[in-house]
Write a protein that binds this ligand. Structure first.
Ligand SMILES: [Mg+2]
Length: 266
């Protein structure tokens, strides 16, 4: 993995006169990781930079989060001009675009039942947090004592296992979170390709350079599809198992990069 700012002088020329499509994860990328999802917040300065970037005709910005669409939107306090995507790409909303998945009632029932069972079973585990994201469920364990994590994981798997037969649901893991999701072949990589094919830059045709910045396991799908076609940046300690080519150390450096991009975009 290459430290992004080491190559910035060279990359700058590549980015200068090119229309950019910037894809950003939210937690751990724009906002520092917080103890609970509710506490996570993006610095005002970052919001200001994103606002300016989204106003450039040569630049599009999309935020792709595992949060629900409503939740991730609320973190931007009404900032328009950006494409928001929630539930890892299942829900999409932005300028001239709105997409919500058609979900079977069977799936929604399964989610409801699993939620009820998990809520009861994890009640005794201090710090466990169950989040209903409408089309998915997240069981967060960042605040759970290390010794209790195996128990929490066992409860989760025992609860969901019977729904896995017949592929009624799909389970995924992220950073300190276990998730129940739709049994669909849809991920952050697919939504990135979909947005790239759909969102036309009127003035520039297809010469768009995609940039993807993210810190989580779910961002790997996007890094993978953009590895050759775009600039892929992992946030955190360099990790050679990642598909991303570059890394930035933290959310502060992400903000700095966005600001640098803003300065070279005309
Ligand atoms: Mg993240």
């Amino acid at each position: 993995m290459i430290y992004f700012f080491e190559k910035w002088d060279k990359l700058k020329d590549k980015l200068k006169n090119k229309p950019l499509f910037i894809f950003l994860d939210f937690d751990g990328t724009l906002a520092p990781i917080a103890d609970t999802p509710a506490k996570a917040a993006m610095p005002e300065e970052t919001r200001r930079i994103l606002k300016s970037l989204s106003k450039k005709t040569s630049c599009k910005v999309a935020v792709i989060s595992g949060r629900s669409l409503e939740d991730v939107k609320s973190k931007f306090c009404g900032l328009s001009g950006i494409i928001y995507s929630g539930n890892h790409g299942l829900e999409i909303e932005g300028p001239k675009i709105k997409f919500s998945p058609l979900v079977s009632s069977g799936y929604l029932m399964a989610i409801k039942t699993i939620k009820g069972i998990l809520r009861k079973k994890i009640a005794a585990i201090k710090g466990a947090l169950l989040e209903d994201k409408r089309f998915s469920l997240s069981l967060h364990y960042r605040l759970v004592d290390d010794k209790q994590v195996p128990l929490l994981k066992r409860i989760f798997h025992e609860t969901v296992i019977r729904y896995l037969t017949g592929a009624r649901i799909r389970i995924e893991k992220g950073k300190k979170v276990l998730e129940v999701r739709l049994p669909l072949e849809w991920d952050k990589g697919k939504v990135v390709l979909w947005l790239l094919s759909r969102q036309k830059f009127v003035k520039y045709g297809s010469e768009v350079l995609p940039i993807y910045i993210g810190d989580d396991l779910t961002d790997e799908d996007a890094f993978k599809v953009l590895r050759r076609a775009g600039i892929t940046i992992f946030v955190g300690r360099p990790d050679d198992s990642s598909y991303a080519k570059y890394y930035l150390k933290d959310t502060g450096e992400v903000a700095r990069l966005l600001k640098d991009i803003l300065e070279i975009q005309n």
